[in-house]
Ligand binder design. Sequence first.
Ligand SMILES: [Zn+2]
Length: 169
Amino acid sequence: MPARSPFKVSLTKDNIVFASAHFITLPGHRCETLHGHNYRTRVVVEGGLDPEAHFVLDFGELKDLMRRLTDEIDHRVLLPLENPKLEIKRQGESITVAYEGAPRYVFPQRDCALLPVPNTTVEMLAQYLAGRAKTELERRAGNAVELTAIEVEIEENFGQSATYREALS
Ligand SMILES: [Zn+2]
């Protein structure tokens, strides 16, 4: 693998946002109430240059990818499947959520995004989206350029965000 590439492209657009509901569990016996954010996404991809186009990758391709991933969780209740304090179960067309054994919410299943994360913090959402984008970028066919890293930043409020960075193979 080459040294860190001198080039990176970054994308933050009005259509790679998601307006979603969530709550996080806190240390001890504390749990937020349900609320929402207009989350914004920024993605950075590092890599070599395409020898013909002289770009790391096509912005259109990156926009399409991130739009697809953020659309999946837009207008949904984000639920963390790996949270040990929550019991998230499917019952017919509904999703029931219990916190520390006490029933708390029932949502229509179609309105939920069940995510493989331990909590829906911006840190975990950034890691989740980076992982999904990484899988898709590594799967691209006819890949002349070596992409070396991806970084995803999720902002839940102005000036309040988390960033996750991962190397690409
Ligand atoms: Zn929140």
